[in-house]
Design a protein around this ligand. Structure first.
Ligand code: FAD
Ligand code: UDP
Length: 369
């Protein structure tokens, strides 16, 4: 018979918030995760005195005060501002595209007006009325020089496709500014939790039973009976045994190494924008916490890769095929009143951490209306 009120499959941010909120309300909760650690993709691990972002760089940013206050209950945040650099061959540029980038690129540009004029002049020979793909959108936005040096190669590596074959909207989220401002994000609040993300998750899960190395799908019979309700934060197609087909993802392979130097690249993120270098960026983890005191450093090279079953599903591919397939699974899910799908994989949505917090809080709020 059911021993728990809620079984939560997945101890990522979504599952852990649900667990915390339900436990607080007096429910009996069990959390299981197939990995050997909690935290899902926000998991950080200490190596050489540095908190390493094991599943890729995680920078917290939001404009939602409620979300910011919520996460600050569990950790103090430092004042890290993401200011990545782009490296193209032997040239270094500031990102996102801003007055610093324009002045580095064009020695005759010193003011916003000169930068705008330069871009307009460069665009003239292209005559793109309405951009139909990412290449046209990028040229329209910043002109052909920036496109060639900072966008074309990076994007092709990231998505495994030529910019002409990608939708324009991908590039729209990248800010273009005519101010000297290297902050990659436009949000009001930003930072990295002091002590790492894993501490946040551990605090959320305090007093709650957690079973690691436990794959729901391998013991589906047993775990389907163990609780009155199930919150499933794994991939929705896996829950239903891929019966309508596989949803697709992009994945990233991270190569992490310890280097015998205190400071490798002087900044947390460097994007390698030329096509010939196979990785898209190098993360140097210590710069997330301004930790130059340790004698060694840890870096991760990110290699984007196409995904096959068994790989880590990182980014959903929201094209028509996958959107239609998702609808079928969502419809199927409705047949089970005590089964809830949530989080990035359960909802098949690219959700930043702040959106995951909102989704989880709204879900819990909805349960008790
Ligand atoms: P997950 O973290 O994926 O957790 C799901 C958990 O479920 C996992 O632990 C998994 O092991 C477990 N699970 C799955 N299936 C099963 C099963 N069958 N049985 C048992 N357990 C199972 N967001 C930002 O705000 N800022 C960033 O800078 C940022 N950078 C990112 C970089 C990368 C490379 C990626 C991939 C994401 C990034 N994100 C970022 C997004 C962020 O990772 C997500 O918002 C957040 O981790 C989602 O939490 P989640 O709980 O939904 O999913
Ligand atoms: N982009 C680029 N060059 C860069 C950084 C980003 O061309 O140096 C483009 C690329 O197409 C990328 C998009 O902008 O997919 C969005 O970038 P963002 O950093 O938001 O996303 P991510 O790189 O994490 O997918």
């Amino acid at each position: 018979m059911a021993k728990y009120d809620y079984l939560i499959v997945g101890s990522g941010l979504y599952g852990s918030i649900c667990a915390y909120e339900l436990h607080k309300r007096g429910y009996k909760v069990l959390v299981i995760d197939k990995r050997n650690h909690v935290g899902g993709n926000v998991y950080t691990k200490e190596v050489e005195g540095i908190n390493v972002h094991v599943y890729g760089a995680h920078i917290f940013h939001t404009s939602n005060k409620e979300v910011w206050d919520y996460i600050n209950q569990f950790a103090e945040f430092n004042n890290f501002i993401n200011s990545p650099l782009a490296r193209y061959k032997n040239e270094i540029y500031n990102l996102p595209f801003n007055m610093n980038t324009f002045c580095e690129l064009w020695k005759d540009v010193k003011t916003p007006e000169e930068a705008r004029n330069k871009i307009e002049q460069e665009k003239k020979s292209y005559h793109i009325e309405e951009p139909h793909n990412l290449e046209e959108q990028a040229i329209n936005l910043v002109g052909p020089t920036i496109y060639e040096k900072l966008i074309k190669g990076y994007t092709a590596k990231q998505w495994g496709k030529d910019c002409k074959d990608l939708p324009a909207f991908i590039i729209k989220r990248l800010p273009v500014r005519f101010t000297f401002d290297n902050n990659y994000f436009n949000d009001i609040y930003q930072g990295i939790p002091i002590g790492g993300y894993t501490n946040i998750i551990n605090k959320m899960l305090e007093g709650i039973e957690v079973r690691l190395n436990t794959d729901f799908l391998k013991s589906k019979e047993e775990y389907s009976q163990i609780a009155h309700n199930i919150i499933y934060t794994g991939t929705i197609d896996s829950y239903f045994d891929y019966k309508f087909g596989n949803l697709e993802y992009r994945t990233v392979r991270l190569e992490t190494e310890v280097l015998d130097t205190p400071n490798y690249q002087g900044v947390a993120v460097v994007n390698y924008t030329e096509q010939e270098i196979p990785y898209t960026r190098i993360i140097e983890h210590k710069h997330f916490e301004f930790n130059l005191a340790t004698p060694k450093t840890v870096i991760s090279k990110e290699y984007p890769a196409s995904w096959k079953l068994g790989d880590e599903p990182y980014y959903p591919v929201n094209d028509q095929r996958n959107t239609e397939l998702l609808q079928k699974y969502l419809l199927e899910a409705k047949k089970y009143p005590n089964l809830y799908f949530g989080g990035r994989l359960g909802l098949y949505k690219y959700l930043d951490m702040d959106k995951v917090i909102l989704e989880a809080l709204n879900f819990i709020g909805g349960l008790h209306e």
